[in-house]
Ligand binder design. Sequence first.
Ligand code: FE2
Length: 416
Amino acid sequence: MMKKKFFNAKFYRNDAASEMIVENGKILQIGTNLPQCEEEIDLRGKLVLPPYVDPHLHLDYVYTLSELGQEGAGSGTLFEAIELWPKFKETLTVESVKRLALKGIKDEVSQGVQHIRTHIDVTDPNFTALKAMLEMKEELKDTVDIQIVAFPQEGMYMYKGGRDLVEEALKMGADAVGGIPHYEPAREFGEKSVHDIVELALKYDKLIDVHCDETDDPHSRFVELLNALVLMEDYGSRTTASHTCSFGSADNSYAFRMMDLFQKSKMNFISCPTENAYLQGRQDTYPKRRGLTRVKEFLDLGINVAFAQDSINDPWYPMGSGNMMNILDNGIHLAQIMSPEEVATNFDLITYNGARCLNIQDQYGLEVGKQANFIVLNESSVYEAIRKRVDVLASVRNGEFLFRRKEVEYDIPLSL
Ligand code: FE2
């Protein structure tokens, strides 16, 4: 098999190397002054990162807002969108789900994403969306890795049988157990659902990713129970609490106690900066809350936190393009993380930290023996790349280009 050398690269978080040799899709060597290969590809001093990870996306919802021709949300609150969703859901078919999901996947892959965790609504006894996504996961595996969360959008206890649908979805092949405790009709049912989530994960050996406390209500504290249960079961690193917006409204005395426990459990967090900045704080007048969890404090304390897109043009959020650089840019503004030290590692929020949420850290990253998966950004320094929100020039998977694009040139007659 032919060896291939990528040279003149600026590797993220690895100043010691500038070249990489790939054989059979895997990284054979990484360093400097490596031996000559039959094929040599000049990366022209551009920044090379492992592929973007989008660890939280609703692929069965993408483009349902505009493509299904339904009316969008009126007031734009999270709970209003959840109430609207069943009307959309009625119209779904396996074909329509696949057609729209593919658009969303193309958006993401064409902008450097190679790993997606998607929450799929399983409060549908026909499992239309789940069947579609299980097929797509297999069909697209050479291009993108997809993890599926069995997500009870309409709750486990808002109606009879919700919990059992989640269990059935796990048997059908979903990778992770989801939940939405803050949407259950009473706190007790929210707590019951969290117990169910952990029990189901242990029973079927699945990951956990819960829509947890996606509300400004500081009394919504299901993250506390989830963390305690996975701490007890030593299951924190396989667990993710998504959103935890209420934790951004929590009192400090509570928050610091909890962050100590989060460090102990090693549970992961996902924040969706654009989505939650848009959805939360809606009932506030002024001051208006930002809707984000305590991203900066988590980073400072070594608690794993990643950023995610969450929605692309669905009843919850009309915007979204699958551009993780846009998510990062919004996130570092809202979380106020732009010191030189923070900027140096900001890309972790859409790469390595997401990989840890997905529990793929052992296969992910630019190291000898791992798959040669990486992206090339149109800048050579991390700071300039983030400041200018640069595009992805190329995405490489198993040593082959998924795409490459030319730099845009502007002909502007400006001179002094
Ligand atoms: Fe979500």
